[in-house]
Design a protein around this ligand. Structure first.
Ligand code: ADP
Ligand code: ASP
Ligand code: MG
Length: 438
């Protein structure tokens, strides 16, 4: 039986932490397949290697001084190798990388080099094979993961391998070039390797002792979640609990492979088990966790007798789809509907075009835009079977003197989402946390 271990950015941040990582891997002979991120922040205010690389790409594109920006990346990796005291010709690998960044002129390629370099170093530290994700993880023509092809290629590459290291975050697009997942995507790479080898466990090593009931940057020492279902995890991570990428569950879900979140800095802590189904029992905690994100816009549309106009919503959604805008929620009433959209997706003249499109498609009485909205999701399997959960939620928000701008209860009934002003975001999370976790 093999375990797949993914080590995140802070676990790869400097030589001393990487020595801890080696000890963790060596402590369990089942920890055979390792996926690593690019080095993250060493201290608050530090810059992640991926962000430095993205800056290098901007310099390439504007004909700026790539060498100067790449010098910061170089310094990170050179000191890593020095601290680790390994025999590894990092300068030649960095020279080659810098030249490729200039010649490829590809944002994805450049962003992926942090993981590439991390994995090369980690394979030297462990004396394990290095497997380039570009040769085994594939995207399809829509830019989505080609799961079947990737699982087979990873399994083939590992056939005669006892220990191997993969760079996370990227694979190969249909054009043969490097393509990355969205930010935080090394978690998905770990899940792909876990599925390919039918791992007994996917261990995700990070810098917190598990999935917490809310963001530890908002509430001091929130309660740890002992077990959470794939569904709850997806709802919470999609809504901003970025400890694990929201798409990580897809590769492991159909193979029922559990995920364990662990802390590299406190390996003895139990962490959180992410399981295929909920372990909720009546009397247990009704809410599993709270998460949220800022900066949404609500496009509010009103028209008398909207309810009797067949196809009204469809026409509005067609306009939104043709504008290439992704909608998060569509709360509606008898004569009203709202589109909740990430504000970033409405930049430039997109918002005005969208409003004009809606006006000419459905001739509404009113179209209004409410900006600077934060969405907060309260998630738990226990919510569907417990009377009074929403009353408790809304009383807690009202008692904190916060005005709710929009409400959406997911049809899965494990999720209630509220929209509040950006400025009330942290206060609202604290109020909900206090109500359900005391
Ligand atoms: P890694 O680099 O290991 O992938 P991330 O930075 O992606 O780590 O994720 C871990 C971070 O997620 C934590 O340091 C914490 O600040 C943040 N975080 C946000 N919400 C939560 C939550 N509900 N539980 C735990 N951590 C959270
Ligand atoms: N290094 C990438 C990022 O910063 C991917 C990852 O860490 O998972 O987003
Ligand atoms: Mg992460």
């Amino acid at each position: 039986m093999a375990k797949v271990c993914k080590f995140g950015g802070t676990s790869m941040a400097d030589g001393n932490v990487i020595k801890n990582v080696k000890n963790i891997i060596d402590a369990d002979s089942q920890r055979k397949f390792i996926v690593v991120s690019a080095p993250g922040k060493r201290y608050s205010g530090d810059v992640k290697v991926t962000d430095l690389l993205l800056k290098c790409h901007s310099e390439v594109m504007c004909g700026g001084n790539v060498k100067a920006v790449f010098a910061a990346v170089r310094a990170r990796f050179v000191s890593l190798v020095r601290e680790l005291n390994i025999v590894f010709d990092i300068n030649s690998v960095l020279d080659e990388t810098e030249a490729l960044i200039e010649s490829e002129r590809s944002e994805d390629f450049t962003a992926s080099r942090g993981e590439y370099l991390s994995a090369r170093i980690m394979s030297a530290v462990l004396g394990a094979s290095f497997i380039d994700a570009k040769d085994v993880i594939f995207f399809d023509e829509n830019g989505a993961l080609d799961g079947e092809k990737s699982y087979k290629a990873v399994a083939d590459a590992l056939k005669d391998c006892n220990r191997a290291v993969f760079p996370g975050f990227y694979g190969r697009g249909v054009d043969g070039r490097v393509k990355t997942f969205s930010r935080g995507g090394s978690d998905i790479s770990g899940a792909i390797v876990a599925r390919a080898v039918n791992a007994s466990l996917y261990e995700n090593w990070t810098d917190v002792s598990g999935f917490l009931a809310c963001d530890p940057r908002i509430v001091d020492s929130p309660k740890r979640i002992k077990t959470i279902s794939y569904k709850e995890l997806r709802e919470l991570s999609y809504m901003g609990a970025n400890v694990l990428h929201a798409d990580s569950i897809f590769p492991v879900r159909s193979a029922n492979i559990p995920i364990q979140i662990k802390n590299t800095f406190r390996p003895e802590d139990e962490g959180t088990s992410i399981l295929p189904i909920s372990r909720y029992k009546p009397g247990g905690s009704v809410v599993t966790g709270v998460a949220g994100k800022k900066n949404f816009s609500i496009i509010f549309i009103e028209k008398s007798l909207m309810n009797s106009e067949i196809g009204f919503m469809g026409k509005v959604l067609d306009v939104v789809a043709s504008a290439g805008v992704s909608v998060e929620h569509v709360p509606s009433g008898i004569d009203t509907m709202s589109l909740v959209v990430e504000s970033e997706g409405l930049c430039g003249d997109k918002l005005n075009k969208l409003i004009d499109g809606i006006k000419s498609a459905v001739n509404p009485d009113t179209v209004r835009v409410i900006e600077d909205i934060a969405l907060i999701a309260t998630v738990g399997h226990g919510m569907s079977s417990s009377v009074g959960t929403s009353a408790r939620l809304f009383c807690a928000i009202a008692a904190a003197d916060i005005n709710v701008k929009v409400i959406d209860q997911g049809s899965s009934e494990i999720n209630i989402i509220v929209g509040v002003d950006n400025q009330s975001y942290e206060k609202c999370i604290r109020a909900i946390y206090k109500e359900f976790f005391g």
